[in-house]
Structures are given as C-alpha cells and as structure tokens.
Design a binder for this molecule. Structure first.
Ligand SMILES: *Cc1c(COP(=O)(O)O)cnc(C)c1O
Length: 444
C-alpha cells in the first residue's frame, strides 16, 4: 500500500491509501488482504455497504444509535432545522432547538425519588469527552472559587473510560488506551472498588467519577448493585462532587432513561453524549445543579469553555426528535426486547464451552471467548477480532473489546431481528469453533 496514493479505484482501497482510523492498528487495516467495510446507507438496524451487502448494526455504530438509522421522524426534524439554519454561535447567541432541548433534558433527567438536589442547568458541547472535560473543569473551578484550591484531585475507577481528550483520558483506567498520557492530565487517584475509598484522603478530592451500572470500554463490566448511593454518601461526607459519565449508558440503553435512575441517585454533574442526538451528530451535554451554577454567576467567575460547534443546531434538532420517541409504551417494549435478547443468546451461549461470563444490562449484552478448556486465548491470537470477522461474514457488524464480544443493537430493533441476530451469532460461534480447532492443530 502506497501512502497517500489516490490511484486506486475501489472505495476500500482508496480509504486504505489516505485515511487514518481511530482505535485502529493501521498496518492491519492497510494490509492488502483486509478489505474495510465502507458503508453508504442505513435503514433501521440495517447498514448497507458500497457493494450493497446488508449488515445488522449490532453495536449501534459504536454505541451511539438509539432509534435506528434514517429514522423518518428524526430525519425530518433535522431537515426542517437544516432549511432554517445548520449552525450558529452558542457564544453570545442562542436558538430555539437548544432551548427546548435544555428544558427537555432537565425533565427527563429528573428523579424526585432520589432525594438528591435536582439538575437544573444544561451546558451543551459537542462530544462525550468534552462533556467530561466540562465536568472536570467546572469541579476544579468551583473549588477554587470556594477558596479550596487544594481540592484538585480526581478519583476514578480501574478500567474506567471517560474519553480521549487529555483531561478525560487521565481519568481513564485502561492501560492500553491511557498509559502513555496519564501523567500529563489532571491529578487522578485510582480505586478499584468502594472499599478502597476508606484509604482516600477526601479533603483533596475535587470529584469522583464513575460510569454508573456498567463500564463500557472495560469489556462491559457490571458494577455491584447499590453502589451509587454509597458513592453519593461518601462524596457528600467528603465535600467532593460526584460525576456520572452516562455517555454510553444514557438514553434508554440500560432499560431506563439514565442508568442512575435504576438506583435513584443523582450526581452533581451528569455527562451525556453518544445517544443524545440518537447517534445522528456530535452533541453532548453536562448537566449540573443550581449550587454549582450559582457559584459561576459573577462575571469574574465566568466559565471559559466552549467549542466552535457547542450546541450545534442540527444535533439539537435530532436530540429533540430523539426524546420525543421515548413514548409511554417504549419502556415495556424495551423490557420485552431485553428479555428476548437474553433468552435467545442464553440458548447457545450457555452450552458453548468457548463462551464465558455472558452478561447483560438492558440492551447491552456481552460475552467472553475462551479456549474449550476454559483458558483465555493467547492475546496474539486475536480471538475477539477473529470472531467479529466471522460475524461480519454473517452480516453482523460489531466491535470486540479484546476477547469480549459486545452486542448492543439500536433500541428500535424488532423481536424478529433479535432472533435473526442471535442466529447469526450462533453460526459465527460454530465457524469460530472449527476455525480454532483447525488453527490449533496447524500450530501443533
Ligand atoms: C464514548 C465514551 C466517552 C467519550 O465520548 P466521545 O463522544 O467518544 O468523546 C466517554 N465516556 C464513556 C463512558 C464513553 O463510552
């Protein structure tokens, strides 16, 4: 592959010649025997590549899509907005879609049962990392303004993922992603479980961050129930803020609008992204309380943070349409779908000796691939990646996390499509078993 060569004719080859993809080992990507999937169209849970081949979008286009691709109502909301205007500065001016979205977000985030101070302000930005960056800087600045500048450390969990900007990346606890940059960002102390908090000097902590209920990028690790209330209490006792990163878990993915609603706990900062615009465009939000907001009111306390595309109008229009689709029957339908997904996967995953740790929260399902004797595969074997390659042949797109396979289709998936998806996964598992059997005998 020649770098920068534009002489190739097919879309995959042209991509390989000029583009650099995120989280992607580019030598493998550019290898002549690899043909990248180039998608050109979507409809519901289905995506179509430039050759016309159809795939089920089994990871909701990296956890962003909620109601399916090219949804008529969301499309028309975006088209209507586009006819009026695509984007205006959010520094010094505003627009109706953002205002309505702010109102709606506060309504859907409310949880009177929590007994926690309500979230009353919405700071719009443009992606999940930025939503976290805003929470980080708001927390730091708040404590400075209180004359407590020594409160400048963050507590974050092992295996956490909060985004890739420098501050958000420092909070991250996944070695492969974060190790190279962790010493450049905010001061972070790492804990692995609630019990570790006993060792922490709370008076230095600006905020504690967690992905509530389930850590996405950490192979869909599910937290023990009841944890959020304990974290809330610890933070309140220590005078530290609590940040919930619901960039992945938000907008119905876990079976409720937000994961924190399962345990009736509200944070001081709620970071939203991905599904906020139903996966249509970059848009993010950091929600916070009146207590935080009021501290920033004097001119000298202005929050100097903004992106060129903060509160993008097309994204806001998509987000408003997104929220209007969570109607009354939505939640009971979701519960039925989650049950169906679990039951259908269970049928074959449970009896496969090459599968461990089948797990699920709402419409997020995952399992780990292991060798038939239960040992993990050697990392160099790339079991997860091979499996997702087989799934691709079956017409299913998803992305492994090491040897964990993630299935989290758009929430709009129909029961029949869940069945289809599970049949394809079962077929891929069979090919995977024969493939590993032959590749182990080859290596003997
Ligand atoms: C994806 C993700 C982010 C980062 O969002 P981007 O939009 O990719 O910047 C942050 N936190 C969690 C939990 C995520 O899953």
């Amino acid at each position: 592959m020649r770098d920068g060569a534009a002489t190739e004719t097919s879309w995959p080859k042209r991509d390989q010649a000029v583009l650099w993809h995120p989280f992607t080992a580019m030598a493998e990507w550019c290898a002549p025997d690899h043909s990248p999937v180039v998608l050109e169209r979507g409809e519901g849970v289905w995506l179509f590549d430039v050759e016309g081949k159809r795939y089920l979008d089994a990871n909701s286009s990296i956890w962003t899509n909620i109601h399916g691709h090219a949804h008529p109502l969301i499309n028309s909301a975006v088209e209507q907005q586009l006819k009026r205007m695509a984007h205006v500065s959010f520094l010094g001016t505003s627009h109706p879609a953002a205002i309505q979205l702010g109102e709606m977000l506060l309504m859907v985030a409310a949880d009177p049962e929590s007994g926690c101070p309500p979230l009353t302000r919405v700071f719009l930005s443009d992606d999940g990392s930025t939503a976290m960056e805003c929470a980080i800087k708001m927390a730091l600045q708040f404590h400075q303004m209180q004359g407590d500048s020594s409160r400048c450390e963050f507590l974050a969990f092992d295996g956490a993922y909060h985004g890739d900007t420098l501050g958000a990346a420092t909070l991250g606890g996944i070695d492969a992603f974060h190790r190279r940059f962790s010493r450049f960002g905010v001061v972070t102390r790492r804990v692995s479980q609630i019990a570790d908090l006993e060792q922490v000097e709370g008076s230095k902590i600006a905020a504690l961050c967690i992905e509530p209920l389930i850590q996405g990028a950490n192979r869909m690790r599910i937290w023990p129930p009841g944890m959020l209330r304990q974290l809330r209490q610890w933070c309140d006792q220590q005078g530290a803020f609590l940040i919930f990163d619901e960039v992945m878990t938000g907008f119905g993915r876990t079976g409720k609008m937000f994961a924190c609603h399962h345990e009736h706990v509200l944070p001081d900062f709620l970071a939203l992204g991905k599904g906020l615009s139903a996966g249509y465009s970059p848009l993010a939000a950091t929600l916070t309380t009146s207590r935080v907001f009021e501290a920033f009111l004097p001119a000298e306390n202005t929050f100097f943070y903004g992106n060129s595309f903060s509160g993008h109008a097309l994204g806001c229009a998509a987000a408003l349409a997104n929220l209007s689709l969570f109607h009354q029957d939505f939640w009971s339908e979701q519960a039925d779908k989650a049950k169906a997904l679990h039951a259908e996967l269970q049928q074959f995953l449970q009896i496969s000796e090459m599968v461990q740790n089948q797990r699920q929260v709402g419409m997020i399902a995952a399992f780990d691939l292991v060798q038939p004797d239960g040992r993990p595969f050697p990392p160099t074997f790339g079991a997860g990646k091979r499996f997702c390659g087989l799934l691709r042949e079956q017409g299913v797109l998803t992305r492994q996390i090491l040897d964990s396979v993630v299935l989290m289709p758009p929430l709009s998936i129909k029961l029949g499509e869940i069945t289809w998806l599970c049949q394809r996964v079962e077929a891929a598992l069979q090919s995977f078993a024969s493939m590993t059997a032959s590749s182990t005998s080859e290596s003997c």
